[in-house]
Design a protein around this ligand. Structure first.
Ligand code: HEC
Ligand code: HEC
Ligand code: HEC
Ligand code: HEC
Length: 159
């Protein structure tokens, strides 16, 4: 066969590709986790691992089943759509065993300004204050009930 007289370099080139392909498959087999692609373009076992993590948040319905008195107050106020754990933090352990896990006391000087400190980036109609001027350093709960913070009647006031 005349045409393949000098075919040696073709075979050398082909063997480079072959070795490359085998190495690729070998590395891929070692590096790609077993469960990758089981359900989609991710590690299938990640679902089981995430589901096995301890639960941190109980969800507001769970809190409300025991603290119905607070729900009563909160659901009539401006914080009706703010979930309990948005302020109190994750409390699933307390919900499971309220007798032995006491929630930490909250510091309103830190808590309230996290949402209400005036900031140009916030929507204009979101209630916000420049706390230093607004409260004069007094704790927010001096004048606002945390679970129903709107001031309904101020002597000579507008709200
Ligand atoms: C199974 C019933 C139960 C569930 C569910 C529950 N709690 Fe409680 N909680 C209690 C009891 C009982 C106390 C102690 C009450 C007391 O000492 O007056 C308490 C106390 C608290 C306190 C502290 C009160 C204080 O005097 O300092 C906070 C805050 C609180 N719960 C928030 C929550 C939140 C938020 C949730 C939802 C994640 C929740 N609780 C779910 C029963 C429950
Ligand atoms: C806007 C923030 C905020 C939200 C939302 C909120 N709390 Fe509170 N809560 C506070 C603050 C502040 C205190 C007073 C300081 C403290 O006790 O840690 C407090 C106190 C409490 C107390 C102690 C008793 C009392 O009346 O002072 C309980 C119990 C409680 N909260 C449960 C709840 C539950 C249940 C929900 C959801 C239905 C909830 N809170 C939602 C901020 C909040
Ligand atoms: C997780 C965010 C969050 C935290 C923390 C929070 N708030 Fe609010 N607050 C809200 C939201 C949301 C509203 C309702 C806004 C609306 O109606 O547009 C609101 C409404 C209010 C209003 C009513 C303003 C008006 O329109 O008259 C007051 C007052 C207020 N909060 C005070 C407080 C105080 C005091 C604290 C601390 C105890 C606090 N908030 C903590 C989210 C928060
Ligand atoms: C000395 C009493 C007092 C203290 C302390 C106080 N407030 Fe107020 N706050 C008021 C009064 C009165 C109003 C209603 C009149 C007004 O809009 O200024 C009000 C209104 C608000 C509003 C609604 C503003 C709006 O534009 O609708 C927010 C939000 C608020 N306060 C957050 C806070 C936060 C956060 C703290 C703690 C850093 C705090 N307040 C401390 C008296 C107080």
């Amino acid at each position: 066969m005349k045409a393949f007289k000098d075919a040696g370099h073709l075979f050398r080139l082909a063997s480079v590709f072959l070795v490359g392909g085998v190495l690729f498959l070998a590395f891929r087999g070692v590096l790609v986790p077993r469960s990758f692609g089981q359900y989609g373009h991710y590690r299938g076992n990640a679902i089981k691992e995430t589901a096995a993590l301890p639960i941190s948040y109980a969800g507001h319905q769970v809190c409300e089943s025991c603290h119905a008195d607070l729900l009563e107050v909160k659901s009539k106020g401006v914080h009706k759509r703010v979930a309990c754990e948005a302020c109190h933090g994750p409390l699933a352990t307390h919900a499971d065993d309220p007798a032995s896990v006491q929630p930490a006391k909250l510091d309103t000087a830190v808590l309230c300004v996290r949402c209400h400190e005036a900031n140009l980036a916030k929507p204009k109609n979101f209630p916000q204050v420049v706390s230093a001027e607004h409260s004069g350093g007094a704790p927010c709960e001096t004048c606002h009930q945390p679970h129903s913070p709107a001031i309904v009647a101020v002597a000579g006031g507008s709200q």
